[in-house]
Design a protein around this ligand. Structure first.
Ligand code: PMP
Length: 292
C-alpha cells in the first residue's frame, strides 16, 4: 500500500506531510519524553497492554503522570492502525513533556504533554535467515542506571546511535553493547540471547531495556529449553553455538558472526529457528485483533 500515512497528534489525525510539532517542544530541544515501539502483525497488536504499561512507567520515571491519558493513547493507537489499514507494521506512541519557553529551568511553564502516534509499514529483509547478521562488540558503553536507567524508553537514543555507528564503521550490522562493568547488555535496539549446549542464556535487564519480546522469548524457551538469565562477557558470545537478537520491530534476528568470529557453522542455528517459529505463533495467537 502506498500514499501518505496518517499520524495522531494531540487529539487530531493528520497526513504525515502535515504532522508537525513545535521547535519549542521539550523532546526536540532536550530529548525530554518517552516512547514505545509496538508491533502489528496480521492485523493484531502484540503485547499491547505491556507496551502501554512500560510507556506509563517510563513517563512516571521522568515525572509525567499519564495514567489519565492511557485510555486515549490506547484508542489513538487502534485508530491509527485502522485509518492506515496497517495490518503488518509498527506503531510508535510518543509522549513528550510538551512545548513552551526554551530553557530547562522554565519547564514548569510547558503546555504538556504532547502525545503522538506514528505508524510505519514493515520492510522485509529477505536474506536475513539465509546468512544472519554480523555483530561487533563496541567501545561505547550502555548508559548505566546511575545516569539514565536504560529500562526507561526515553526519547534520546544517542548512546544507541553511537554504538550502531561504531558497529557499521567496523563493517558489522549490529553492535553488542557492554555495560560499564564490561558485561554484555544488549544491541542498539534489541535484547540479546546466546545458545550453548542447547541452553539459552540472556543478560539480566539491569543495564538494558526490559524488552517485551525478550520476556516472551523467555516464556517460550521455558516450554522447550533451559533458559538462564546471567551476567555474560564477550567470552560467552565467542563461545556460543548460536546468538540472536530480539525486539518488537525485528522480532528475532540471528547473529552468525561476532567480532570476525563465525558463530556455530555460520548459519542461523536450529534453536534460534525453532524459537522464531514459536514466537511468531505466540504473537499471532495472543495479539489484540484490530482487523478480523
Ligand atoms: N533494547 C533497546 C535499547 C530497544 O530500543 C528495544 C526496542 N524497544 C529493545 C531492546 C527490545 O525491546 P522490545 O522487545 O520491548 O521491543
Amino acid at each position: 500500500m502506498t500514499g501518505e500515512l496518517t499520524v495522531y497528534i494531540n487529539g487530531t489525525y493528520v497526513p504525515e506531510s502535515k504532522a508537525k510539532i513545535s521547535v519549542f517542544d521539550h523532546s526536540f530541544l532536550y530529548g525530554d519524553g518517552v516512547f514505545e515501539g509496538i508491533r502489528v502483525e496480521d492485523g493484531g497488536i502484540f503485547a499491547f497492554q505491556e507496551h502501554l504499561t512500560r510507556l506509563q512507567r517510563s513517563a512516571r520515571f521522568i515525572g509525567l503522570d499519564i495514567s489519565s491519558e492511557r485510555i486515549h493513547i490506547e484508542t489513538a493507537i487502534i485508530e491509527v492502525i485502522k485509518r492506515n489499514n496497517l495490518r503488518n507494521g509498527y506503531v510508535r506512541p510518543i509522549v513528550t513533556r510538551g512545548q513552551g519557553p526554551m530553557g530547562i529551568t522554565r519547564m514548569r511553564e510547558l503546555q504538556g504533554p504532547t502525545v503522538l502516534v506514528i505508524p510505519q509499514r514493515h520492510t522485509d529483509s529477505p536474506d536475513l535467515w539465509q546468512h544472519g547478521l554480523a555483530a561487533t562488540v563496541v567501545s561505547v558503553r550502555r548508559n548505566p542506571p546511575q545516569c539514565l536507567d536504560p529500562r526507561v524508553k526515553a526519547n534520546q537514543y544517542l548512546n544507541n546511535i553511537l554504538a550502531l555507528l561504531e558497529a557499521w564503521n567496523a563493517g558489522s550490522d549490529v553492535p553488542v553493547i557492554l555495560d560499564i562493568s564490561g558485561f554484555v547488555s544488549e544491541c542498539a535496539s534489541e535484547n540479546i540471547f546466546t545458545v550453548r549446549d542447547s541452553i539459552v542464556h540472556t543478560p539480566f535487564v539491569i543495564n538494558s531495556l526490559d524488552g517485551i519480546t525478550r520476556r516472551h522469548v523467555i516464556s517460550i524457551c521455558s516450554q522447550k529449553f533451559d533458559v538462564v538469565e546471567c551476567d555474560m562477557t564477550p567470552y560467552d558470545l565467542y563461545a556460543a553455538d548460536e546468538i540472536f537478537a530480539v525486539g518488537s520491530v525485528s522480532l528475532m534476528r540471528p547473529i552468525t558472526k561476532i567480532d570476525g568470529r563465525v558463530v556455530g557453522d555460520g548459519k542461523p542455528g536450529p534453536v534460534t529457528k525453532r524459537l522464531f517459529d514459536m514466537l511468531r505463533k505466540k504473537l499471532i495467537s495472543e495479539s489484540h485483533k484490530v482487523f478480523q
